[in-house]
Design a protein around this ligand. Structure first.
Ligand SMILES: Cc1cc2nc3c(=O)[nH]c(=O)nc-3n(C[C@H](O)[C@H](O)[C@H](O)COP(=O)(O)O)c2cc1C
Length: 191
């Protein structure tokens, strides 16, 4: 079994990465393979509404000159998907929105190909807007017929400078519980 986590921060190995890694660590303890895919520095544009994915139905995006198809293939291959983003202007980042648009449209064009895969969103925030960012990512899971996994709180870490997420004890505990809940669900689903 494998879980893919996307970090859509512009800052590689920043707070969102810290939070995602805390969830992934719990999955690894349960023998589940994980991968953290960081979008920082990679080109990824939003959907151009060409609708070619609906005619091609090849589980790929027709815009092939950026990271979208690599990300989509990783989602397809994985047993579960984590979406991680810092809060930017009270929402997820533009990179995360681009990933949602591209993967979401290709999934819909291919018979909801991510249907029933578990997923969860993770957010880093300095002060405000985290719930909106969390909701934005959850919209991807619900329209894709995916199964959202919860934790003991909404999956948020309070932090500003890179690495500060390590000091948010409640945030880290929330990530660990999320990882354990996802591991539990994956084991039930793959019995
Ligand atoms: C462009 C930009 C916009 C931001 N907007 C918000 C915001 O609306 N609310 C907030 O609490 N923090 C905001 N922040 C702060 C980040 O969410 C915070 O520093 C977070 O820990 C960064 O995570 P990262 O290290 O994974 O990039 C913003 C940061 C940037 C660069």
């Amino acid at each position: 079994m494998k879980v893919i986590a996307f970090n859509a921060s512009a800052r590689k190995d920043g707070n969102t990465a810290v939070l995602l890694k805390h969830a992934l660590k719990e999955l690894e303890k349960e023998g589940i393979e994980t991968e953290l895919f960081q979008l920082a520095g990679r080109k990824l544009q939003g959907c151009i509404a060409c609708r070619k994915c609906f005619s091609a139905k090849d589980k790929r995006c027709a815009v092939a000159d950026d990271a979208a198809n690599e990300c989509i293939a990783k989602m397809l291959e994985a047993d579960a998907v984590l979406l991680g983003s810092p809060t930017y202007f009270a929402d997820c980042t533009a990179s995360m929105k681009a990933l949602i648009e591209r993967a979401g449209m290709v999934a819909r064009a291919n018979g909801d190909m991510l249907r029933r895969k578990p997923g969860a969103a993770v957010v880093a925030v300095r002060r405000g807007g985290a719930i909106h960012a969390f909701d934005s990512m959850n919209h991807f899971f619900t329209i894709s017929q995916m199964i959202i996994v919860g934790s003991s709180y909404w999956n948020i870490g309070v932090c500003r400078e890179a690495g500060e997420a390590e000091k948010d004890e409640e945030g880290l505990a929330t990530m660990a519980t999320l990882g354990r809940n996802l591991a539990w669900l994956l084991k039930k689903l793959n019995k």
